[in-house]
Design a protein around this ligand. Structure first.
Ligand code: ADP
Ligand code: MG
Length: 323
């Protein structure tokens, strides 16, 4: 049975790739150099097995996902990711599991130039916490507050794919072949929208990452901004299987209220629309205008401008408006 120190040395100690890591794994704490003129942006998120990911999730995907969900928060702040710490609680020292987990984690870290600089390794029910640290030019971090009436509302990627995969895993819907694979990839291996977040600095009036479902996270943005919004349902960016599901079920719950999308939702003043088009050129992510910010309330409209009562769509729990 390998000791805690052997596990750390084997799976969590990599030569730092960044010059700003003065001291990484191996001492009592890491020492990191924050460049003058930059601010440190810090976030943390925990994944608990069976709660935040199905027990069946391949360990390599768990390693990817626990980092991806934290990077997604940095993206929503417009930060450049720099360093992460990893606190992992394991039921046993399963080396196959650890090798796969650390491979998934390290691959995404490398992709975004992030160094693992420390952490903690303990025994207990499987739970993984990452703290991610990023840098942003002073005063330029994106916030949830700042959306104003007339601003256009955008979302990246597509909505509801991870929710559809989860519904399929739970036996609630039938999903086959390539659709099942595509949706499962979205659930297991979310793509943090780092380049988009960075491009939105100085452009977006507000931003948030969509982790708990579009309406829930929009609600957070609206509350922080003291504003309302109008969503045009037909504009929601949907993959083919989600679109089919919405049509068959006559229910928008999947793209509006299922979690784990990890897309960016953001508002841009209408006067900056062309500037947005300009910065999006060259980014490999689709961005869709889904509505606009209003003074108050939340309106969902179908094609032709018909207002849709949330209750009719099967989400009474949103009837009270954004929370
Ligand atoms: P301490 O007793 O001072 O907390 P630890 O034995 O917990 O030290 O950790 C030793 C070193 O290994 C520290 O630098 C710590 O940050 C690092 N470390 C421990 N677990 C992990 C992990 N899962 N990932 C990355 N670094 C880790
Ligand atoms: Mg420790």
């Amino acid at each position: 049975m390998p000791s805690e120190f052997e596990l750390i040395a084997r799976y969590f100690t990599h030569a730092p790739s960044r010059a700003d890591v003065r001291l990484g794994v191996g001492d009592d704490a890491a020492v990191l150099g924050v460049p003058p003129g930059q601010e440190l942006v810090v976030t943390t998120d925990t994944l608990v097995a069976g709660v935040h990911f199905p027990e069946r999730t391949p360990p390599e995907a768990v390693g990817h996902k626990v980092l991806a969900v934290n990077l997604s928060d940095l993206a929503a702040m417009g930060a450049d990711p720099a360093w992460v710490t990893l606190a992992i609680t394991l039921p046993s020292a399963d080396e196959h599991w650890l090798a796969d987990f650390s491979r998934g984690f390290a691959a995404l870290a490398r992709l975004h130039g992030v160094d693992l600089v420390g952490g903690d390794t303990t025994r207990g029910p499987l739970s993984i916490t990452v703290q991610a640290m990023g840098l942003v030019p002073a005063g330029q971090a994106l916030r949830r507050s700042g959306a104003g009436p007339g601003d256009l509302l955008y979302v990246s990627g597509t909505l509801g794919d991870a929710g559809l995969a989860l519904a399929a895993l739970n036996g609630e819907v039938l999903l086959g072949g390539a659709d099942a694979e595509d949706c499962l990839r979205r659930l297991d291996r979310p793509t943090p929208r780092m380049a988009l977040g960075r491009a939105l600095r100085g452009l977006a009036s507000a931003a948030i990452d969509v982790s708990d479902g579009l309406l829930a996270d929009l609600g957070h943005m609206l509350q922080a901004s003291g504003a309302g919004a109008l969503i045009e349902l037909e504009r929601l960016p949907l993959s083919a299987p989600v679109r089919r599901r919405v049509r068959e079920a006559r229910d928008w719950t999947l793209p509006l209220a299922s979690g784990d999308d990890y897309e960016l939702l953001f508002s841009v003043p209408a006067s900056r629309r062309d500037a947005l088009t300009e910065v999006l050129r060259g980014l490999d992510v689709e961005v869709t205008c889904i509505g606009r910010i209003e003074a108050a309330g939340l309106r969902l409209v179908e094609a032709g401008g018909r207002d849709v009562a949330p209750a009719r769509l099967g989400y009474d729990h949103f009837a009270g408006g954004p929370r």
